[in-house]
Design a protein around this ligand. Structure first.
Ligand code: UD1
Length: 356
């Protein structure tokens, strides 16, 4: 009886794009924090590996999984009719910077349509709390470091980056326009989390990043080189105005990042927001150079990586890291895992994939 009563009071979170890298880690943390979760994914950029891993980690075989494309408004509406949704975490989007430059229409259509459908359903089903996965890319090449949430957003250098800025603005506008709605339509409240560079894998090594084809991002390229899938890592640029000449980034552990989502969702559901639309930086606050990250990876995992210095990659900013004070204070959240532990987890995940 008690269990049933508790179950009926449980809040339910829709995780769109929940079978992917970040979505799967967030699903685990939500379930472990006591939320019900519905995962929606169109499987366009992943397979069931991570969703299966989520079920194993949580010991829950009954997590609802709905295969839909969020660009289809009818499917999104049906989902909101089939389940009472208390909050949405929206990950369903394309994320390859280079591809977005080559195929802007595909990126704008997918990333904007899917979010608009989520927001419309949120409004028309009595209101909802919406968490949008934004990115530090909105700050561009910041003049002042670390960046705070008040730092200016600079013009995006890629359609991908632009979709992050546009979706933030859409969320802000929808929150403001729906604030006084009541009845069958209701207010949308929103939080945008601006991620710095998410890396690593769950300590169980049952879920992690699964890039398709040649990885664009640094850590999957490192682990694939270490395992022998790639011959050599190119470090893009060692003539930047930094101590060792390589770029500086704020690498945030994926489980820490996932916990920030739980903190943000709880803030919304517990009525603790100070404004109806809020933005938080999610990073560690510590810059690490590309070269440092490579040497730390070698040291913590006891191996030698085949790497070379190569020309700068077009579009890269020299340095970016977060001022995390707002997230620390308001969300009561802080990055905890050391970069060494995170790099060890990334390697354990790559080895797990090799054994499959
Ligand atoms: C990019 C996106 C960011 C997104 C993030 C995670 C931009 C400008 N950046 O960040 O929005 O959130 O990916 O998906 O939109 N590097 C190498 N060799 C490699 C790969 C990378 O030296 O093979 C270097 C890069 O030059 C960079 C650093 O490693 O200095 C990190 O690169 P990457 O992992 O691709 O992330 P970002 O470009 O910082």
């Amino acid at each position: 009886m008690t269990t049933m009563a508790n179950n009926s009071e449980k809040k339910r979170v829709l995780v769109s794009g929940g079978a992917g890298y970040i979505g799967s880690h967030v699903t685990v943390e939500l379930i472990e924090a006591g939320y019900d979760v519905v995962v929606a994914d169109n499987m366009s950029n992943c397979d069931m590996t991570c969703f299966e891993g989520v079920k194993k980690i949580t010991g829950r075989d009954d997590i609802p999984f709905v295969k839909i494309d969020c660009c289809d408004a009818d499917s999104v509406n049906k989902l909101f009719s089939d389940y009472r949704i208390d909050a949405v975490i929206h990950f369903a989007a394309f994320k390859a910077v280079g591809e977005s430059v080559a195929e802007p229409i595909k990126y704008y259509r997918n990333n904007l349509d899917s979010f608009l459908n989520i927001l419309e359903a949120s409004k028309t089903h009595g209101g909802c709390n919406v968490l949008f996965s934004s990115s530090a890319t909105v700050y561009g090449e910041a003049e002042k470091l670390p960046v705070t949430e008040e730092s200016p957003r600079l013009p995006a250098t890629s359609p991908y980056g632009n979709t992050k800025q546009i979706c933030e603005d859409i969320l802000r506008d929808v929150v403001s326009a729906t604030a006084s709605l009541s009845g069958s339509e209701g207010p949308v409240k929103g939080i945008a989390l601006r991620y710095f560079n998410p890396i690593g894998a769950h300590p169980s090594a049952l879920i992690g990043e699964l890039p398709r084809g040649v990885p664009n991002n640094l850590v999957p390229f490192i682990t694939q080189t270490a395992i022998g899938k790639r011959e050599c890592l190119s470090i893009f640029g060692n003539d930047y105005p930094t101590e060792d000449g390589t770029c500086l980034r704020d690498y945030i552990d994926i489980v820490d990042l996932a916990k920030a989502h739980v903190a943000a969702v709880s803030r919304m559901l517990d009525g603790k927001m100070k404004k109806d639309y809020e933005i938080f930086n999610i990073g560690t606050g510590r810059p690490v150079s590309v070269y440092e990250l490579v040497t730390k990876f070698e040291k913590v995992n006891g191996l030698k990586l085949n790497y070379k210095f190569a020309p700068r990659r077009p579009g890269d900013v020299v340095a970016i890291w977060a001022d995390t004070a707002l997230a620390n204070e308001e969300l009561g959240w802080k990055a905890e895992r050391s970069v060494e532990d995170t790099l060890a987890s990334a390697w354990a995940w790559e080895k797990h994939l090799a054994e499959k």
